[in-house]
Design a protein around this ligand. Sequence first.
Ligand code: KG4
Ligand code: ZN
Length: 341
Amino acid sequence: MEKPTYILAIESSCDETSAAVVSDGRTVCSNVIYSQIDLHKLYGGVVPEIASRKHIEKINQVITQALKEADRTLQQMDAIAVTYGPGLVGALLVGVAEAKAIAYAAGKPLVGVHHIEGHIAANYIEHEDLEPPFICLVVSGGHTHLVRVEGYDRFEILGRTRDDAAGEAFDKVARAIGLEYPGGPAIDRLAREGNREAIPFPRARVEGNEYDFSFSGLKSAVLNYLNQCEMKKLEVNRADVAASFQYAVTDVLTTHAIHAVKESGLNRFALAGGVASNSALRASIKEACEREGIQFYYPSPVYCTDNAAMIGVAGYYEFIKGVRHGWDLNAVPNLKLGQRI
Ligand code: KG4
Ligand code: ZN
């Protein structure tokens, strides 16, 4: 049997410092994640300077641990893959500098990876049968993209958010009803006790592109509702607000996603990104996919939020295609999907 291809992957684009070893692009040998969430909770969101400093403190530790848990040495790695965008520039730079140093010292090829392509690739880990083409909805703290995944390295953006990302809307609404950062999981939990039909929040319609999203109007509607309750001295049922807001978001995401799959002529759909672990979103898309005969894929929660395993998977497909980055690889905070630098 041929020797597997091992990728050591590094992810530091936001508030998770993570390293992983992935074999042949589909098997995760280790996936070590140091989450900084508790630090940023104090400020109600990610503080970029604190994130960068913490990445510097933790990065060597997570890499050493990832190799140890995989029972592999650095010399056994075939390449070093690293997220180089999009994300927070200072945070990205820590991972990029570390990956370059390791690759140079060990004489290994360096492969830069797009963070969102990593989120999409997370679906390959647990679904051996999944191969492009398929439609993917990427919903994270910074991105909301409806994508036609044409090949492992070819993407066509069908729709995107015009304003807030889905995760950002969850985080902002959570803060308004007094929940801790990150707001998505907190709303997900609280919404289970609420009535999603209680408050008819608006479903945004966007002119121009039927697949685009907009969440800022919905966020304003929630804030207005809360203000009005305060002015009228009415008690706010936070669980109803959470459930109704979540329903408005998941309803729009589901409708757009299913419409895109039906129009595409494909019958495979995947979810990706932090918000992909939302239980209401999964349930709503699962139901719609069953109704329409569409095969539905989604990653386990650990592969939805930021992690290096997904970067190792995307990095593997770049590596076998021949992508190599030089020692001049830089962090690109606004790197576009499908863009190669
Ligand atoms: O993918 P991710 O870890 O980071 C980015 O690349 O942005 O996504 C983080 C986002 C946060 O906004 C968080 O509130 C949201 O994902 N999130 C959720 C859930 N878990 C995480 N949103 C809704 N429901 C969840 N269960
Ligand atoms: Zn992410």
